[in-house]
Design a protein. Structure first.
Ligand SMILES: NC(=O)c1ccc[n+]([C@@H]2O[C@H](COP(=O)([O-])OP(=O)(O)OC[C@H]3O[C@@H](n4cnc5c(N)ncnc54)[C@H](OP(=O)(O)O)[C@@H]3O)[C@@H](O)[C@H]2O)c1
Length: 198
């Protein structure tokens, strides 16, 4: 398959890209600052230009996203909007514009995260964003068949413990190798409307 991978240059995206390429897929790497296609997925005009450049794609995969982490008493109204834009709006835009661009049996695989179901202090904006993303995936699935859509919702990556480990005391991490398999299952399998909890 020809797969557009948004967030391809990050910790997760690099791993997922290698795994999908090793399985014989052609990867179009998207990120803002490096990669084959340099676009900001939070800007609808750039998403449109990105799809124009990409041409035909069979699947769209996202490992992109960022949210602010701060105590609830410090998060501003703008921080919550930034979390929505940084994690939800860009991924929804990939789907909204991608529906007309990918094949009749094409698929979308988006990234969520454990904070949708297990809160941590300073994580309310991320929890809000992940919950919204997962709700969108379930809702979109019932309208887009036979195209498919799933979310991958991992806990902290083993490989990210050095950076984020202090936020997740006592929570068992998941290795990127396992997270990448959920992407393979979503892209190559037949499931839709699923949230793969890892
Ligand atoms: N790290 C963890 O332990 C963990 C656990 C659970 C869930 N997650 C989720 O997994 C996702 C990836 O995490 P990560 O640790 O791999 O992050 P990361 O290393 O910061 O990678 C993010 C990637 O997305 C790209 N990106 C970010 N915003 C973009 C935008 N607006 N348009 C296009 N590309 C964009 C970045 O490249 P540019 O900056 O060049 O655009 C980079 O390639 C995030 O959504 C995160 O919330 C992470």
């Amino acid at each position: 398959m020809r797969i557009l991978l948004a967030g391809a240059t990050g910790t997760l995206g690099t791993y997922v890209g290698k795994e999908l390429a090793a399985r014989g897929h052609d990867i179009l790497a998207v990120a803002r600052r490096s990669g084959d296609l340099r676009y900001d997925i939070t800007d609808p005009a750039q998403v449109s230009a990105m799809y124009e450049r990409a041409g035909r794609v069979d699947a769209v995969v996202s490992t992109a996203g960022h949210t602010p982490f701060k105590a609830i008493t410090e998060l501003t109204a703008e921080d919550y909007l930034a979390a929505y834009r940084g994690k939800v709006a860009g991924q929804i835009e990939l789907v909204r514009q991608g529906l007309a661009r990918i094949g009749e049996r094409g698929s979308f695989t988006l990234i969520s995260g454990v904070l949708a179901r297990e809160p941590i202090p300073s994580g309310s904006a991320a929890s809000m964003a992940n919950g919204a993303l997962e709700a969108f995936v379930r809702a979109a699935a019932i309208e887009i068949a036979p195209q498919r859509i799933n979310a991958v919702s991992p806990t902290v990556f083993t490989e990210s413990l050095g950076t984020y480990g202090d936020y997740f005391p006592g929570m068992e991490p998941v290795p990127l190798a396992r997270v990448a398999q959920a992407y393979v299952r979503s892209v190559e399998g037949a499931l839709t409307g699923q949230v793969f909890v890892l």
